[in-house]
Design a protein around this ligand. Sequence first.
Ligand code: 3HC
Length: 300
Amino acid sequence: RKPAGAPAEELARPVRTVGIVGAGLMAGQLAVLIAQRLRVPVVMREINDERVAAGLDGIRAIVGMLTKKGIAADETNRILGSISVSTDLRSLAEADLVIEAVTEVLELKQRVFAELEDVIATDAILATNTSALSVTEMAKHLRHPERVVGLHFFNPVAQMPLVEVVRTASSSDQAVATAFAVAKKLRKTAVGVEDHPGFVVNRLLLRMLAEVVGTVENGTPVTVADVALRPLGIPMSPFALIQLVGPQVALHVLDLLHTNLGDRFPLSPGLERLLAEGRRVAGAPDGHGAELSADPAIQD
Ligand code: 3HC
């Protein structure tokens, strides 16, 4: 059955090479999964040699986990061999689909897309893995805004079954169909969502996480909050989840929700304090990921 919001599958553009801008946390996980399941070359771009080296280290670590899970050396070598990382944007020239996963700053993402337009084919698709920024804003100064679509993955990328496909008013059927086709090959459940702040998942998730932090600030022990949430099917302690997502990303999404949707989405002084102080949540047991340290950058 066709997923809700998906145009006809035959409208999808063939994807023989994937480009990824950024080689951080989400980008590295995406590269490995794409190399594994799409079985196409993945060409990544970072801004300096240091970040290229760090990106490659991250990719080797993810592939190392695949080895531990019993994936054969032939396959892990194939995956590693199909991923390249460099500082040269022109290395993405052959990409049929480019996914940007750079820092969550609108102007930066706009610049990345503008620079890509000078390099890639006129009908190549541009996707963003943004957590909550406006995809419409990202596309609006481009020569071909119709090629832009949101392809929002969740952390950990290999384990999370959902992908949000964000359609703007100007996204073409081809761009949206390609996003759905890629998600399907990655064996994800894709849902079509509107270009609203926080899309669907982050709008719900961050509101919940902020409330949990507020409850704990008001005196509820972390362990009680965890136990209280368990019957709702929350698979992980909310504090571990904040740590996994990155406290800065969480705050950034909340800030956007507050700016765009008003007081129904209050800011979380508790979350801000946790991040600013880089401190451990009082009463958090070991192994609950409650050690909230400041991230050096907001990386989506
Ligand atoms: N990175 C990569 N893989 C991980 C991982 C991590 N941090 N943590 C666990 N895994 C893998 C394990 O290796 C294991 O893989 P396998 O089944 O192939 O062996 C699998 O996940 C299951 O791990 P465990 O059995 O140890 O643990 P759980 O059964 O508790 O599952 C979990 C771990 C899948 C991470 C689960 O706790 C979970 O679903 N947590 C919620 C995560 C979530 O909500 N993510 C969304 C965040 S929001 C976001 O990313 C959007 C952004 O825009 C802010």
